[in-house]
Design a protein around this ligand. Structure first.
Ligand SMILES: Cc1cc2nc3c(=O)[nH]c(=O)nc-3n(C[C@H](O)[C@H](O)[C@H](O)COP(=O)(O)OP(=O)(O)OC[C@H]3O[C@@H](n4cnc5c(N)ncnc54)[C@H](O)[C@@H]3O)c2cc1C
Length: 440
């Protein structure tokens, strides 16, 4: 800090880089700005840093995913090209190495998701905060930034009790999901005040609401059992405007529709279409993707032949949760008392078809406040992908979820926060150091 000067109750502070938001993007930006030699300060509305980070991966923090930079670029779809440079500068391997060097090894799960070996998001947050403090980053927690203005000689950020004068500002305020963690969309107002376009925020990685009441507890008391029922591996396919979309992974019935990674990933692909889609989006869930249709038929036939005296429903519970089997039987008007040995071929085929192609009509995502991430935000067209600097306002940088770039489930969104935060912090510091008078 260069100086702090009291003026009534408002304190004026001078710094080189001012970061708004101490989530993973802001923390990472602060570390790399300070490490590059810039005096750095963070304004954070919460009394502690990284509140959302602590909730990630159900407290275990799915840090990132296995794969090369090119794999990541592909996974990010329309945002891959924009993110590519930041990923090359700070990849998933770099991220793991960063934590390993600070005593936190990582573990890769079967599905490619990478977690800290301790399974504690709090360890991830602690390392980032301690490192930033060690580099003399000044934390002003419990301070909400209210406005940012560009002046001739830099920026003025107004917080509750502080006026921060800075040479560069990094907006790392997150999206609008889970607002109780502090991300309430303030960054959009700040960016807008500099002329930036905000792509309409939409719920992404969000449970989907379906029209089928039998999937949940809304109509028939007898079908209440489906909420909370999970299937370990499904493929969901949808078609919108001649585009075939598909997502795979575990699925969970939610009571109002479907959730779990497969549904959340599909939500990311269809969220832009849902508000304007007059009719529900038709989707088909393959509940048994490990089998081809004829293989599944043979498998069911074999199970029924092995247990001819058991009910067909109980026999099928070898393949799927019992409550789901009951619901499916009801859907095709099949009695649950029918014995496996007496299951007619035609009924078996209808069952197989339903297991391979359970049709649902998607009417909405859950509200954006409950979505895991926000799709939308500051337009990537207006940000330099080599530095994360605004193309409209020199000295203003953006990092993390405030940018219109999001990824699928599996650690891809934290990787965006870390990669863009790293790049913004480094680039902001580099710019300032180049401009710093040499006689200081
Ligand atoms: C429940 C949950 C679980 C998740 N799990 C995972 C996971 O396992 N893996 C994964 O990759 N992603 C996960 N995500 C997504 C991931 O957490 C976010 O993408 C990531 O936190 C975005 O980082 P960020 O720093 O850009 O924003 P945030 O983490 O939202 O941080 C923004 C910060 O800015 C502060 N702020 C906002 N406005 C102001 C203001 N005006 N003044 C001062 N401070 C302000 C906020 O208080 C907040 O601390 C999860 C999200 C949720 C909600």
């Amino acid at each position: 800090m260069l100086f702090a000067e009291g003026k009534g109750t408002q304190v004026t502070m001078k710094t080189e880089v001012c970061i708004i938001g101490a989530g993973p993007a802001g923390l990472c930006a602060s570390i790399f700005a300070a490490q590059a030699g810039a005096k750095t300060l963070i304004l954070e509305r919460n009394t502690t840093a990284g509140r959302k980070l602590l909730r990630t991966g159900r407290g275990r923090c799915n840090l990132t995913h296995t794969g090369s930079v090119e794999d990541f670029v592909k996974a990010y779809g329309p945002f891959g090209r924009f993110l590519k440079h930041s990923l090359y500068e700070f990849s998933a391997d770099d991220l793991q190495q960063y934590f390993a060097q600070r005593g936190l090894d990582t573990r890769t799960e079967e599905d490619g998701c990478i977690f800290p070996r301790t399974d504690r998001a709090s360890d991830v947050a602690r390392i980032l905060i301690d490192h930033a403090r060690m580099l003399s980053v000044r934390f002003l927690c419990g301070r909400t930034a209210r406005s940012i203005e560009k002046k001739q000689d830099g920026f003025v950020a107004l917080a509750d009790k502080e006026t921060v004068l800075a040479k560069a500002v990094i907006i790392a305020t997150g999206g609008v999901s889970w607002p109780a963690t502090g991300s309430t969309g303030d960054g959009y107002q700040f960016a807008r005040s500099f002329g930036h376009t905000i792509v309409t925020p939409r719920a992404s990685l969000a449970p989907l609401v379906t029209a089928e009441t039998w999937l949940g507890p809304r109509r028939e008391a007898s079908l209440t059992g489906l909420a909370g029922v999970a299937v370990p591996s499904v493929v969901i396919k949808a078609r919108i405007a001649n585009r075939r979309l598909s997502a795979s992974g575990p699925l969970m019935f939610t009571g109002t529709g479907i959730g779990g990674p497969a549904a959340l990933d599909l939500s990311r692909l269809i969220t832009d279409f849902l508000p304007d889609h007059a009719n529900p989006i038709k989707a088909a869930i393959d509940l048994m993707p490990q089998y081809q249709i004829d293989q599944l038929d043979k498998e069911i036939l074999a199970l029924c032949s092995q247990h001819p005296k058991k009910t067909a429903a109980a026999t099928l519970a070898n393949l799927l949760p019992r409550s789901l089997v009951s619901s499916l039987f009801t859907q095709i008007d099949l009695s649950e008392t029918i014995l496996a040995g007496q299951l007619p071929r035609e009924q078996r085929m209808r069952l197989v078809k339903m297991l391979k192609e359970l049709r649902v009509s998607i009417v909405a995502t859950c509200p954006i406040a409950q979505a895991t991430v926000t799709r939308g935000g500051v337009s990537i067209e207006e940000i330099d992908p080599k530095t994360m600097e605004s193309k409209l306002c020199p000295g203003l940088f953006l990092a993390g979820e405030v940018i219109n770039a999001d990824g699928p489930c599996g650690g891809y969104n934290l990787q965006i926060a870390f990669s863009t935060g790293h790049l913004a912090g480094k680039a902001a510091a580099k710019k300032l150091l180049a401009e710093r008078p040499t006689n200081r």
